[in-house]
Design a protein around this ligand. Structure first.
Ligand SMILES: [Zn+2]
Length: 199
């Protein structure tokens, strides 16, 4: 469906519930799709109204956090989950120095820095995992690596000569040790392959 026909709708569960901006060609479609997004049935959606301010974001990957705030929406800090509204204050009554970055908002630069560091650390850990895996078993053919932010468990799948299903490797306990798994149906093929490799 061409995005230029899509208009923004504000779909919500009620004043206490969750709200979402959804893009649709009609109010009925918005109610259905917005409701899906909020895990509500069509009837449970308590309101669905046009949100012309968001029309310009149709077809965009996200609506900037700043645009939500300009409309009076509350957001949560993407680092510490503090509820942020545009004129939020800290404990001493000073206005928060809210930092906007794309779809996210942060209490202040410190929160953004913490978040950035967390992501950078996770990605660095992922790179180290991949390097270690490849160094330990250069003989295997690896598929996709599920590593880096936001993965908690790092893993990769692999194939080996003679396999039918293959296996996977993961770094589960954060111990730095690699755990190798072989599909049940490939155990015999793996043993054979390993023996051939050791010979
Ligand atoms: Zn924060």
């Amino acid at each position: 469906m061409p995005t230029e026909n899509r208009k923004a709708y504000h779909v919500g569960e009620g004043s206490e519930g969750e709200h979402v901006i959804t893009f649709a060609c009609s109010s009925a479609q918005a109610r259905r799709e917005g409701g899906n997004e909020l895990n509500l049935t069509f009837e449970e959606v308590s309101f669905c109204r046009r949100a012309p301010w968001a029309d310009e974001f149709a077809g965009q990957p996200f609506i900037p956090a700043k645009a939500y705030h300009d409309q009076g929406w509350w957001l949560y800090c993407n680092n510490c989950e503090t509820q942020l509204y545009e004129d939020a204050e800290d404990e001493d009554g000073n206005p928060l120095q809210i930092v906007y970055a794309g779809r996210h908002a942060y209490c202040d630069q410190d929160c953004k820095d913490s978040r950035d560091k967390l992501i950078a650390d996770a990605n660095a850990k992922g790179d180290a995992f991949k390097e270690k895996v490849l160094a330990e078993r250069p003989d295997l053919t690896f598929g996709e690596f599920s590593i880096g932010y936001p993965h908690i468990t790092m893993s990769a799948t692999f194939k080996f000569p003679g396999c039918q299903y293959g296996g996977s490797v993961r770094d589960q306990e954060d111990s730095g040790e690699l755990h190798w798994y072989i599909a049940q149906g490939d155990k015999a093929a793996w043993d054979l392959y390993q023996r051939g490799r050791a010979a």
